[in-house]
Design a protein. Structure first.
Length: 156
C-alpha cells in the first residue's frame, strides 16, 4: 500500500488557456473542480461528456522523469492535469476508490496525452508522456482539496 500527497492543483476557466495554480479548490460530485473548464462545460472536449472528464491527475515523478530523460521541458501546469501527486502509483488506482484529504475519487481510466496537449505546449510532449499521462477520475464525495492533503487507496 502507499500513502502519497497532493502537491499541485491546477484549473482554468476556458478551453486552451493556461492552467492556474491553487492552494485549494472545491471538488463537486458529478461535476469536477469548481470553476474548471470541464466542470463548467467549456473545455475543449466538453462535448464528450461523462465522469472521465471530472478530474485528471498526474504524478510529479513522471514530470521529473520527462524533464530528465526526454529532452523536453514540461512544467507541472503544462501537463494540463488538474492534480499533481507525489508517491502515488496512479495507474494502480484505475477502477478503485481513493481519498485525497476529505474528497473521495474513483479512478476511471488512464489519461493518455493528446495532440491538443502538444499543440498547447511544444513538440515532443506527447511522445514523452506516452503510457504515463496520468489518470482520469470522478468525484464520488466532494469537499475541499488542499496542497499537502494525504492520498490513500480505500479498502473494500
Amino acid at each position: 500500500m502507499f500513502v502519497g500527497r497532493l502537491v499541485g492543483i491546477y484549473t482554468t476557466r476556458e478551453a486552451a488557456k493556461p492552467l492556474e495554480p491553487h492552494t485549494e479548490v472545491r471538488a463537486i460530485e458529478g461535476a469536477g473542480l469548481e470553476s474548471d473548464r470541464y466542470a463548467t462545460g467549456s473545455g475543449t472536449y466538453s462535448d464528450r461528456v461523462g465522469p472521465h472528464r471530472e478530474v485528471t491527475l498526474i504524478e510529479r515523478e513522471v514530470i521529473a522523469s520527462v524533464n530528465g530523460e526526454s529532452g523536453v521541458e514540461l512544467g507541472e501546469h503544462e501537463s494540463r492535469r488538474n492534480l499533481v501527486t507525489e508517491g502515488v502509483p496512479l495507474l494502480h488506482l484505475e477502477g478503485r476508490t481513493f481519498r485525497i484529504g476529505e474528497v473521495v475519487l474513483r479512478g476511471i481510466k488512464s489519461c493518455p496525452p493528446c495532440a491538443h496537449l502538444e499543440q498547447l505546449t511544444r513538440p515532443g510532449v506527447r511522445a514523452a508522456l506516452m503510457n504515463r499521462g496520468g489518470l482520469r477520475a470522478e468525484v464520488v464525495q466532494g469537499g475541499m482539496l488542499r496542497i499537502g492533503d494525504e492520498i490513500a487507496a480505500m479498502t473494500g
